[in-house]
Write a protein that binds this ligand. Structure first.
Ligand code: EPZ
Length: 431
């Protein structure tokens, strides 16, 4: 397994381009199952999770190819396997996003029940209850969820007891070809949900209300192929802006969208960062030291849970103490034990973390446990004095495209090595 080596203490400066959003790309790719024609995708990021979704679609019988302009072409008209096997689902729980489209198209689905992950149990009970409301039967079969709707799905009124992003996406896709109208109440308002709705509308779906907590989908006979554009990755964007702030540098992210990050930008401004935005770029810098401030993670448009770990890294070196409340997942403080190894002062009490900022972190060998925890450890390593060695780097590769290359171009002293410890296999030692 690879490791990332960081020599910290260098202020990062420069410009980095945002990739397409992982959490938009995954449902967008699943939506190809509904299309009665080829779909061309722009700005799909090259990430492990995306590769897994492409592998799953190919396994189902779809034709999946890249062209020489890095556009992804998916034609699912030849797909004939309405299933998602355990060996694929266990590597990426978001494979459950094929449930809604597969049932809508084939009237049947057999998808391995996704296990939990480091940050929580991650059940999909709300997805399944929604499909039952639309007329499907749901049974468990040796670890697989078997969903049947031989007469097709029908519209339904679905009230989510709590906001679920992929639950909203799954049921929105299921409703596109259902007979009648489906209303999703307390729906997720994330930008990735809006990206999916925009894409489905461009293929012929009848959807309104996306971006609000009430989405109405009127079923249609079929939707065609077409071209789909992925929005910028707001979590990646904020992570690189945080890399500039935590090192006392000055970083601009381009090809992004400031309107996707309102809650995060308000918080870093409250902490003393200087933020400058254009319609497709964001620049953040810090004069002196950040001031501690509190956050509480919430569904969009609140502060994103996917930025909680990164923000905690910022607060570890801020002036004062901050209280971080994680309200979405039950175990999303796995990065804390590793940050403590670097000299951070964090106290945990249930879903609250109290961070007392220190003037300086110290580099150390640390272990990645989940995708966003890994990002917070990279940020801490960039700010720390000395060397940080991050193991289990595959976690970070699930959500960040070429992270050491992008950080290296901002001046970071960072390199990826194989576990053997040799900087070989053509790995470049960036600045
Ligand atoms: C999506 O996960 C994202 N993943 C996550 O990003 C993100 O953290 C999360 O939304 C919250 O914003 C993708 O979009 C692929 P949820 P999702 O359903 O949809 C509970 C990352 O780092 N719940 O909104 O799985 C659940 O346990 C990843 O990029 C149920 O109880 O999250 C959680 O406590 C991590 N039953 C809460 O709801 C259900 O049926 C929110 O989960 C569904 C969810």
């Amino acid at each position: 397994m690879d490791q990332i080596y960081i020599q910290g203490g260098v202020a990062l400066h420069g410009t980095v381009k945002s990739s397409g959003a992982k959490n938009a790309a995954l449902p967008l790719l699943a939506a190809s199952i509904l299309a009665d024609g080829p779909v061309v995708y722009h700005r799909i990021p090259h990430l492990l999770d995306v590769t897994t979704m492409m592998t799953l679609l190919s396994w189902q019988g779809a034709d999946v190819t890249y062209d020489d302009q890095h556009r992804l072409h998916i034609d699912t008209r030849s797909a004939d396997k309405p299933e998602a096997p355990y060996e694929l689902v266990k590597t990426m729980r978001a494979s459950s996003l094929v449930l809604g489209p597969v049932v809508a198209r084939f009237g049947h689905a057999k998808v391995s029940l996704p296990g939990g992950c480091a940050i929580g149990a991650r059940p999909i009970d709300l997805h399944l209850r929604g499909l039952e409301a639309m007329g499907a039967t749901v049974q468990m079969d040796h670890g697989d969820v078997v969903v049947d709707a031989p007469g097709g799905l029908h519209g339904a009124q679905i009230d989510f007891p709590q906001v679920t992003v992929t639950g909203t996406e799954n049921l929105m896709m299921a409703a596109v070809l259902a007979k009648g109208t489906t209303v999703l109440e307390n729906a997720a308002r994330e930008p990735e949900v809006v990206n999916l709705a925009d894409a489905l509308r461009s293929l012929g779906a009848d959807i309104e209300g996306d971006g609000t907590s009430r989405i109405v989908i009127r079923g249609v006979e079929r939707i065609s192929g077409g071209e789909i554009h992925t929005i910028a990755d707001r979590i990646e964007t904020a992570t690189y802006l945080a890399a500039g702030m935590i090192t006392g540098g000055d970083v601009t992210v381009t090809h992004t969208d400031p309107s996707l990050l309102t809650a995060f930008l308000e918080k870093v401004e409250e902490a003393g960062a200087v933020v400058e935005c254009t319609n497709d770029s964001i620049r953040c810098r810090v004069d002196g030291r950040l001031r501690a401030c509190d956050i509480q993670t919430m569904p969009h448009p609140g502060f994103p849970t996917d930025l909680q770990a990164q923000f905690m890294a910022l607060m570890c070196v801020a002036e004062g103490h901050s209280v971080i409340a994680e309200t979405i997942f039950e175990n999303r403080f796995m990065h804390v034990q590793e940050l403590l190894r670097m000299g951070a002062k964090v106290h945990l009490d249930g879903h609250l973390a109290t961070v007392h900022g220190v003037a300086q972190l110290a580099g150390a060998p640390v272990m990645a446990t989940d995708l966003r925890a890994s990002a917070s450890l990279v940020l801490a390593g960039l700010a720390a004095q000395g060397e940080t060695i991050l193991s289990r780097v595959y976690h970070i590769d699930r959500g960040y495209e070429r992270i050491e290359e992008k950080l290296g171009r901002l001046g970071a002293r960072i390199e990826r090595r194989s576990e053997a410890g040799h900087g070989d296999r053509g790995v470049m030692l960036y600045a």
